[in-house]
Design a protein around this ligand. Structure first.
Ligand code: GLN
Length: 483
């Protein structure tokens, strides 16, 4: 049962093969038995899950079930969940019980979903390895000595280890796609504004976007149908119709134009990953696609631009954690200044402090033009590069990451080496474009991801392209040894 997709589980529920309570109990027992190996959950919400499952069973019995009724999922611990700890994997919020739900949590609840729990992540979503979590690193189910990627590492590991059929994630510079690639699952970062950010704890507001992490593209479509849509409570949410994301999954790919940016196949990239990506492209040619080389000349600049813009926004967003309103407060402050300084000094971990320092520096008088403004100019160039290429091709493809999963501890003392792992994912966030990662091979027993990039609001197209690949290949069906 644990290898079943959301689509398959939905049929099982509707045809009475099992109840939502039975399904939920099975997953909760599996989390209890297995998650010591991975540390993919921060909080398991047994009581809430069983309550929601019983309600879902009543809805199914009454004949009122929707697609999602009774399906279990997990939420990245960046999404506020009413009455449940929402920690963002930080000591700062270790004691924070959210008084309200994020919009997407409300949407899943209204759709009848069952919340199994909250997944591990990098502290405040800052990282590419899930090592900066206050609750300790999460392990990659394919090799528990390796990182699952980050920052949505817990969601990716939990789906990969079959502790949940699907999970939510957030992606500021790659945090859905990179861990999806490293754990051999499917991840979709929607167009900026497609999914509400309300109640998703802010890291860098002009880049943050929530999305689904699943076994298949079909499941990602089912998840996005619930998540997408305009939200008055998020001023950057897109006010446009939500199509049925499952409607075009079966369109043939005959005539699809694929662009391969030459910059995605040069530099420090693992040769096997490059070869696996090329092999995947060959599959698309068999399905009727045409391929041409394109250029995104400013790809390498996405790293310095992102690592100014994201920390700048983070330094501003994280100023709200001051030890006064909510979250961690230091013991026995001598005065207000001491309260601020020690609450923040003791509540934040080293990567978060690094980002706040870099961001505050880049925004300070005298440096603003040299760093922040320059980075914004590069951001524009990156967007223009994509617009040009996407006027000539339907989708852009390349590897999601330059390397497979690395060892826990291998890059944690070298932040720049860690940042380099984001080279293929950051530029989409800077441009606001949608992107997916789907499994396309293995290197030394570790999974690799194919990244598919589309134009603004082209999620239907991305899902169609990914689904057709998954009908023709079995990479998405591979699971870690012993699972
Ligand atoms: N790895 C990137 C960072 O550390 C992206 C993180 C994310 O997408 N949340 O900022």
């Amino acid at each position: 049962m644990f290898d079943k997709t959301l689509a398959e589980l939905a049929i099982g529920l509707k045809t009475g093969q099992f109840s939502s309570v039975e399904l939920t109990q099975a997953y909760l027992a599996r989390i209890k038995a297995e998650d010591d190996k991975y540390n993919s959950f921060i909080t398991v919400t047994d009581e809430l899950a069983l309550e929601q499952a019983a309600k879902a069973d009543a809805t199914i019995a009454a004949g009122d079930a929707g697609t999602f009724t009774g399906l279990p999922i997990a939420h990245k611990d960046i999404f506020c969940t009413q009455g449940v700890r929402t920690s963002c994997a930080s000591k700062m919020l270790d004691n924070f019980i959210s008084p309200y739900n994020a919009t997407i949590v409300d949407k899943f609840n209204q759709a009848g979903a069952v919340t199994l729990g909250k997944t591990n992540m990098d502290e405040f979503a800052m990282g590419s390895s899930n090592e900066s979590s206050f609750y300790g690193p999460c392990s990659n189910p394919w090799n528990t000595d390796c990182v699952p990627g980050g920052s949505s590492g817990g969601s990716a590991a939990a789906v990969s280890a079959q502790l949940t059929p699907a999970a939510t994630g957030s992606d500021t510079g790659g945090s859905i796609r990179q861990p999806a690639a490293l754990c051999g699952i499917t991840g979709l970062k929607p167009t900026y504004g497609r999914v509400s950010r309300y109640g998703m704890i802010a890291f860098a507001s002009s880049l943050d976007q929530g999305g689904p992490m699943t076994k298949t593209a079909e499941d990602a479509a089912i998840m996005l149908n619930v998540m997408a849509g305009f939200d008055q409570r998020d001023s950057t949410s897109a006010d446009r119709d939500v199509p049925d994301y499952t409607a075009e999954l079966n369109k043939p790919l005959e005539g699809l134009r694929i662009g391969l940016p030459k910059e995605f196949f040069s530099g420090d990239i693992n040769a096997d990953i490059a070869a696996q990506t090329q092999a995947a492209i060959k599959e698309f040619e068999k399905l009727g696609a045409t391929v041409k080389e394109v250029s995104l000349p400013n790809t390498a600049l996405s790293i310095p631009a992102y690592y100014i813009i994201a920390p700048a926004e983070a330094s501003s967003n994280l100023s709200r954690f001051d030890g006064v309103r909510y979250g961690y407060r230091c013991e026995n402050p001598t005065d207000l200044e001491d309260l601020y300084k020690r609450s923040r000094g003791e509540g934040f971990g080293p990567e978060v402090k690094r980002r706040i320092l870099v961001g505050a520096y880049a925004l300070s008088e005298g440096f603003y033009d040299a760093y922040y403004n320059k980075a914004q100019q590069i951001r524009r160039l990156i967007r223009d590069d994509f617009s040009k290429v996407l006027s000539e091709v339907d989708v852009i493809m390349g590897p999601t990451t330059p390397h497979p999963a690395f060892k826990i501890g291998e890059k944690s003392s070298d932040p720049v080496a860690m940042y380099m792992e984001d080279v293929f994912t950051l530029s989409l966030n800077l441009a606001g474009l949608p992107g997916m990662s789907i499994p396309c091979g293995t290197v030394d027993g570790l999974p690799t991801g194919l990244q598919i990039i589309g134009d603004y609001f082209a999620e239907q197209k991305l899902l169609n392209v990914a689904h057709q690949f998954q009908l023709a290949t079995d990479w998405h069906k591979q699971s870690p040894q012993g699972i």
